[in-house]
Design a binder for this molecule. Structure first.
Ligand code: ATP
Ligand code: MG
Length: 685
């Protein structure tokens, strides 16, 4: 029998219960890792529905990654049965924003079927805009893109950016920002940051819209609150308003997204903006052994704190933390893979009990090879995702063009895929013509005047292409959209094109299978029952446009597409591991310049790296193994590595070293490490 909500709440500790039961005003749960913050959120959702009689469709719970949202959905799904959970929103901030935009398209001045630009699309647009003035390089484009993203996260609009620009660079970026926003609008497109920015500006400036959304959402819950940026904070604040019925949970020690505009000060701002804020602290950790917890606490004590916390655990001391030193990076990967293989058998674990965490995705490459060598099943999160494959990008471009013919990036990507003999010269003339007319490339193909600009054959080829796309669009409007899309892929013989371009038939076969998987996904996401779909606002039927927008969003979030809970070793970056837990954790690459990362050392942001290490360590429930290499390839050369300073910050009595050079006295070695660090520091100024 499934336990009742009352008994679930009763199982929580008194502070957690208090947090669940407090529903009259704003509530902040501030607590360290593994103390049951997410558990408070999931239980509270069920409590609000079952005990307080609140309709699930009036509740919105948000978090940061798709993976975390999925986990939360699962946990809530176990508690709410049948219709109870109908219309509940459990999603990422960006999905919530997307839903608001979709509901307010007209007010925002967008046409239906708008496009969502991923960072690559956005970059292409910026490149065009910036190259108009002078030839610019990739680094300049990246810098401007980053600056624009910061502005958007901080809710700075182009006009404000211009008037506040402090130097020439900022002034230039602000001008590009202004043009960029204008062009996005003309393309009927939004970028990733707009998913938060547009709803916030709209809710702030339009009382009617605000009232509408306040009627829709009565209670909000936010997980990982420390990573909200200014815009996200305002979104919550605007939606909740005077009523201020929300619960947010967070841990300032786990703030790891400052580089993306996160403002851990939002924890403090909350207290100022909502004087009635009830702050609840949790101190018992239910996840990790005493040894792992002590390591985490000792490490993070080296950082300054917004709020002091002290975590304790009743899980027993557990095994010491192993630190394994390897000759080089390949030996490190080999060691991790072979150990998991033997431990699984010896300790009778499952593959999924093991997680390997690292600082950067590139570290996974060697490990993947070793895991494949031992035939160990694994799942890589992030990294080269399904969506970054060329065939998927092609198919996505077709989908985007079908829902929004004004999407020039999509047009350019596939106008010649498969080959249609439309050369770059033709496209350039077409682009000039479209710019003169102030319309899209696709629209320009339909203009009669084009015949004066291009040879008849080129016009005919373009015409054939747009005619083809128009036909598919008509079929989609007329009924079975998915069948129309499948037929389109067959009619243009995309498969033949894949075979022509692949080095082996099996590769082409796999690529085509990927495309069909994508279309299947699309179909599934259109056909699912509303109850199952917690990310869609209730009451909206899901059309192909919505389904495609969501696919694009998923793509951008760079999460694994398939919901894959089979038995596999988990490989993920420390950033992606937030909120998750595993019985056995390997943390790789505990070396200076890797963790803490070289850029952070240079920028003086080692504290954020320490929080990242804290996040990594606190994912472990029973055992933690830290690995490092003595030598590693960097910039094509084999470099000597210095052990991470974080190793020195852990309680040395709890560490069990392996593979440390025997002859060397540990103290001397440490001194050498310190010298190297000091040398490095002076080198970096
Ligand atoms: P993080 O900061 O890493 O996100 P968290 O504070 O969100 O951690 P949870 O993931 O909610 O912590 O909980 C950690 C573990 O402790 C989970 O396995 C959860 O089931 C368990 N747990 C939480 N509260 C209790 C409790 N009162 N009794 C027993 N187990 C609990
Ligand atoms: Mg959590």
């Amino acid at each position: 029998m499934t336990p009742t909500i009352a008994s679930r709440v009763a199982r929580l500790n008194p502070r957690q219960q208090e947090a669940v039961r407090y529903i009259d005003g704003p509530c902040l749960v501030l607590a360290g890792a593994g103390s049951g913050k997410t558990s408070v959120i999931t239980t509270k959702i069920a409590y609000l529905v079952q005990e307080c009689g609140m309709s699930a469709r009036r509740i919105a719970a948000v978090t940061f990654t798709n993976k975390a949202a999925r986990e939360m959905k699962e946990r809530v799904g176990e508690m709410l049965k049948g219709k109870e959970g109908h219309g509940l929103t459990v999603s990422t901030f960006h999905t919530l924003g997307l839903n608001i935009i979709r509901g307010e398209l007209k007010t925002l001045g967008y046409k239906p079927g708008f496009s969502l630009f991923d960072p690559e699309d956005a970059k292409a647009l910026l490149r065009d805009l910036m190259n108009k003035d002078a030839q610019v390089d990739a680094e300049q484009i990246n810098a401007v893109q980053h600056q624009i993203s910061q502005w958007k996260n901080d809710l700075v609009l182009p006009g404000q950016a211009l008037s506040h620009a402090a130097n020439d660079d900022e002034h230039y970026a602000a001008r590009v920002y202004e043009a960029y926003v204008r062009h996005l609008k003309a393309y009927n497109a939004v970028d990733f940051d707009d998913l938060i920015l547009l709803p916030v500006v709209l809710l702030r400036d339009d009382p009617e819209v605000l009232a509408r959304w306040r009627r829709k959402i009565h209670y909000m819950l936010v997980d990982e609150y420390q990573d909200t940026n200014v815009s996200q904070y305002l979104l919550v604040k605007l939606l909740m308003g005077e009523r201020s019925t929300f619960t947010v949970v967070g841990d300032d020690d786990q703030s790891i997204y400052a580089w993306r505009g996160a403002r851990p000060e939002n924890l403090v701002t909350l207290g100022e903006d909502f004087p009635r804020l009830k702050v609840i602290k949790l101190e018992q950790n239910y996840r990790s052994t005493g040894t792992i917890l002590r390591a985490a606490n000792t490490l993070i004590a080296n950082n300054p704190h917004v709020y002091e916390k002290s975590l304790w655990s009743e899980m027993g001391q557990g095994a010491p933390i192993r630190v394994v030193v390897n000759r080089h990076e390949e030996a490190e990967a080999e060691r991790v893979a072979s150990e998991i293989l033997t431990r699984r058998i010896k300790e009778r674990s499952e593959w999924r009990d093991f997680a390997v965490l690292y600082r950067g995705n590139f570290q996974a490459r060697l490990l993947e090879l070793k895991l494949q060598h031992y035939q160990i099943p694994y799942k890589l999160s992030g990294g080269t995702s399904f969506f970054s494959r060329n065939e998927i990008k092609d198919a996505m471009a077709y989908l985007r063009l079908l829902i929004n013919p004004a999407d020039d990036n999509a047009f350019l990507r596939i106008v010649n895929v498969p080959r249609r003999e439309i050369g770059p010269g033709t496209l350039e003339k077409l682009a000039n013509y479209a710019t003169d007319r102030g319309g899209s490339l696709f629209a320009a193909c339909h203009e009669l005047g084009l015949e004066q600009q291009l040879p008849a054959r080129a016009v005919e080829r373009l015409g054939r292409f747009t005619h083809f796309i128009d036909g598919v669009r008509r079929r989609m409007d007329g009924g079975d959209a998915i069948a129309a899309i499948r037929d389109m892929l067959r009619e243009m013989d995309y498969e033949a094109w894949l075979y022509q371009n692949a080095s082996a038939p099996t590769i082409a076969e796999r690529r085509m299978a990927n495309v069909w998987t994508l279309i299947d996904q699309l179909e599934k996401s259109m056909n699912r029952e509303p109850e199952e779909d917690a990310s869609v606002e209730a009451g909206e039927t899901d059309d192909v446009e919505a389904a495609i927008s969501r696919l694009v969003l998923r793509d951008i979030l760079e999460q694994q597409a398939e919901e894959d809970d089979t038995d596999k070793v988990q490989l993920l970056t420390m950033h992606a591991s937030k909120g998750l837990e595993f019985p056995h954790v390997y943390l790789m690459g505990l070396e200076e310049e890797l963790l803490p990362h070289r850029n952070a050392i240079e920028a003086g942001t080692v504290e954020e790296e320490r929080r990242l290490a804290y996040v990594g360590i606190t994912r472990a429930r029973r055992t933690l193994t830290l690995t490092l290499a003595r030598q590693r390839k960097a910039y094509g050369e084999l470099m000597d590595c210095v052990p991470s300073r974080f190793l020195d910050e852990l309680p040395s009595d709890d560490l069990e070293w392996e593979g440390r050079a025997d002859k060397e006295d540990p103290e001397k070695k440490q001194a050498r490490g310190q010298d190297a660090i000091a040398g490095l520091r002076s080198l970096l100024g």
